[in-house]
Design a protein around this ligand. Structure first.
Ligand SMILES: Cc1ncc(COP(=O)(O)O)c(C=O)c1O
Length: 377
């Protein structure tokens, strides 16, 4: 199996450790008998650093807690704030490995660029995240299907009410031991509301960034979806002609010719790392994986005439989630296959989580070992 043995043990910038006293930290592993939920738990510490005078400085790991920020901070008023979502896994060798984390660090910088924010060197992000995972390693969940969800984020801190890019920023990483995003995980399919009233993004906007404001703007559509009995929204382009993506997932469907089709990555769609991984794995999954522009009318016809046999969403949090039903604002509803999780999606889920958990050989560099403090210092 190819696992890259920590290239992050040589600190590129010095991190100051201001840790909790040992008596206030978790000392025993998490109880395996309780479901964890998603994104609810916090570990003992967080990583922080500040951007001032054009430089990143004051790298520190300190107890998880309140942030110091002025009420006039640009992030609070004008939403200059971006984030990432990645995962780390405990393997059978009892060591921790991050999964495709470099990709997340690179994407944070792409989002930062879209929002006129400074770049955070990928090496520094990697060092920050690996160091934090090491400090809080006792929090690694051991439940089947669980992982450490990693949430890096970057936000503007200038105390200034002019609408302009901030000159000061904070980069923070927090960790959340987590289970499945959708409560029933791979056991159950979800329903999506096809929204023609609300749109997530328009061309020329910020849809391809993991920008905080995109998620605030999605809440109203999500509220409508939930009121109509759907878990999430399937967004269309602004002309309501083509499929875009679903809530916190890229959308995909599988045809009876064994093709897995994901909409093209445009400037209105987040370039999902899970989708990119599936595109790379391609034939290894026994499928022809490709990207296409997908017309809503063709999509509906192909579900109804049986050409489309399974559909779902890809994302770090939701992994690979089956969509059993599409609901429409006028009350119509169509069902994919028998509405349950199909065999291909089950197999995709098993393969993908197998790669993440080190049970199936992953391509070079996809998994990176988290070195322990003795190796770091
Ligand atoms: C809008 C959106 N699309 C797609 C995804 C899936 O991306 P990834 O597979 O990188 O997690 C996410 C989650 O990060 C998302 O928020």
């Amino acid at each position: 199996m190819i696992k890259t043995r920590s290239p992050h043990i040589i600190p590129t910038m010095k991190i100051e450790y201001k840790l909790k006293p040992l008596c206030e930290r978790r000392t025993t592993p998490l109880d395996c008998s309780h479901p964890l939920g998603f994104g609810q738990l916090r570990t003992d510490h967080m990583f922080l650093m500040d951007y001032e005078n054009g430089q990143w400085q004051n790298l520190r790991i300190q107890p998880y807690g309140e942030l110091n920020m002025m009420p006039g901070a640009t992030a609070l008023h004008y939403g200059q704030s971006v984030f990432e979502g990645a995962k780390a896994f405990l393997h059978n060798d009892n060591e921790i490995y991050t999964f495709r984390l470099t990709k997340n660090c690179e994407r944070l910088n792409q989002s930062a660029d879209i929002l006129c924010m400074p770049q955070v060197p990928v090496e520094v992000q990697m060092q920050a995240i690996h160091s934090l995972l090491d400090v809080d390693r006792i929090w690694m969940p051991k439940q089947a299907g669980a992982s450490m969800y990693i949430r890096p984020f970057l936000f503007a801190t200038d105390d200034n009410l002019s609408v302009r890019p901030s000159e000061q920023y904070t980069y923070c990483v927090m960790l959340s031991p987590s289970g499945a995003y959708y409560e029933k995980g791979i056991k159950d399919s979800i329903s999506l509301l096809v929204s023609t009233q609300y749109h997530r993004a328009v061309s020329g906007g910020t849809g391809a960034a993991k920008a905080a404001g995109n998620y605030a703007a999605s809440l109203r559509a999500q509220r409508q979806a939930q009121s109509l009995g759907a878990a999430q929204v399937l967004y269309l382009d602004a002309s309501n002609t083509y499929l875009e993506e679903a809530g916190a997932m890229n959308h995909f469907h599988i045809t009876k010719e064994n093709e897995l089709i994901i909409p093209f990555f445009t400037d209105t769609i987040l370039k999902s790392i899970t989708s990119q991984s599936i595109l790379t794995l391609g034939e290894q999954l026994g499928l022809t994986v490709k990207q296409q522009q997908i017309k809503l009318s063709d999509f509906i016809n192909d579900i109804q005439n049986g050409n489309i046999i399974e559909a779902g969403g890809f994302g770090t949090a939701a992994v690979c989630t089956a969509v059993g039903h599409y609901l429409f604002e006028d009350g119509r509803r169509i069902t994919v296959g028998d509405g349950n999780v199909g065999p291909i999606i089950k197999r995709l889920y098993e393969t993908y989580t197998g790669l993440q958990q080190g049970k199936i050989a992953a391509p070079t560099d996809w998994l990176e070992h988290v070195a322990s403090a003795q190796e770091v210092k």
